[in-house]
Design a binder for this molecule. Sequence first.
Ligand code: PMV
Length: 320
Amino acid sequence: MISKSSAPGKVILFGEHFVVYGVKAVLCAINKRVFVTAETIDEEKIIIESNIGNLRLGKNRNISEIDSPLKPFYFLADKLLKEQSKALGAKISIRSEIPVGVGLGSSSACCVAGAGAISGLFSKKTKDEVLDLAIDAERTIFKDTSGADCTVSAHGGIMTYDKTGFTRIGSEPDFQLVISNSNIEHSTEKVVREVQRFKDQNQGEFAGLCSKESELVKDVLEIFKEEEEEESKKITKLGEKVIQNQKFLETIGVSNGTLRKMVEIGNKTSFGSKITGAGSGGCVFSLTNEKNTEETLNEFKDKNYECFSTEIDSQGLDTF
Ligand code: PMV
């Protein structure tokens, strides 16, 4: 038996860091995917193959003793194999289009596609059932995950999230994103701690920034809803919000010389550029449409930045 699934990565369009303090963030699934193929094998082993390494282990191992980024796949396979009456093993192959460790949701997409493919070997599950499995798998490597990245990967499209939950945005504006990679790996946990320090030392200023970010996200949600607006006006307005959001991220200290330079490059030709995710490294996105995507890509390529263009992925998890 063979089962295949794929799931998209994500960017945070607005609200990163402030979301930790109760503001809504806006996430968007992007059309860069992880593809997972799972098959049952007679040998009672779990074999995982990927371009970041391989894992070959017997069943029933203690998860906390496994030291591998492929741990979520082992967790999923072991859990689902245990539920079967027949003694079987599983072989899992992973192929990814999403750069790793730069805030584009690669590990969450792995968990969603992994949960889809491995569960598909035994039964047909709904997206929400696959999502629950994926979040459990993600917890094996990131204990305190909010589940936001897995949720947007499973359902696709654009959504808001805060501590109270997730809301899918029905109206998806027609835009493209040029994503450029600083190739500086960052630790989200460390950057979140640094922002906490900034907040503790600048309480009044930080509270003011949270209100401003909250207003900004409200404005963005209004812009998404505007129906009569021409798309070009809509994207210009969104671009202004992107530029404004980047200023807030600069203020709380999650930018640096490299990222500032990248934002400057992107701002030359796009509607607006900002850091996406934790910052201090990772990626910058530039908001574009068919008129300026190529030009913006070329600006980054000329300066030797790794970059690519992408669009909203409306589908989320795909099982086939
Ligand atoms: O680095 P990423 O893309 O996983 O984003 C982290 C987003 C933060 O707001 C900085 C942290 C969080 O848990 O929401």
